[in-house]
Design a protein around this ligand. Structure first.
Ligand SMILES: [Zn+2]
Length: 144
């Protein structure tokens, strides 16, 4: 995904979900993780370890959650449902997202909902530390 494609995706998604003015994009050549700042700016770039596209979708979900009254940093059930809707809108199939690379709590929800397509590969890569533990929706202090 190029910078121009990222800008277009932000515009399409904010329009589709009636989120108001599209957040601005900061295209970073250095950042390895994305960021969403107080609902008005998203930072992604070609070095994001999960890939630009999935990183961007995750950050748009933060914008959506914040603009609908949530905490800008939460990875709650509400955030997850926003992310699923955004992924479905963007890819046309919510299973196409890299759920295996998500935070454990989000990944557990994706597994619960049958969206995780490559569990075995993810486990082999060490991305799922405790697959048997039941994770409950809680507020989160993660910052990306
Ligand atoms: Zn996040």
């Amino acid at each position: 995904m190029t910078e121009t494609e990222a800008i277009l995706a932000i515009q399409c998604l904010t329009r589709a979900f009636r989120l108001g003015a599209p957040p601005t994009l900061r295209w970073s050549a250095r950042d390895r993780r994305g960021h969403a700042r107080l609902g008005d700016r998203i930072t992604v770039g070609p070095r994001c370890w999960r890939g630009v596209e999935d990183t961007l979708l995750h950050e748009v979900a933060h914008i959506m959650t914040f603009r609908r009254g949530g905490n800008a940093r939460e990875h709650s059930e509400r955030f997850y449902l926003h992310l699923v809707a955004i992924v479905q809108e963007h890819y046309g199939d919510s299973r196409r997202y890299g759920w295996a690379t998500e935070y454990k709590r989000l990944k557990a929800r994706a597994r619960r909902d049958g969206l995780l397509r490559n569990d075995v590969a993810a486990d082999a890569a060490g991305w799922s530390a405790s697959p048997r533990r039941r994770l409950r929706p809680t507020a989160s202090v993660d910052v990306t």
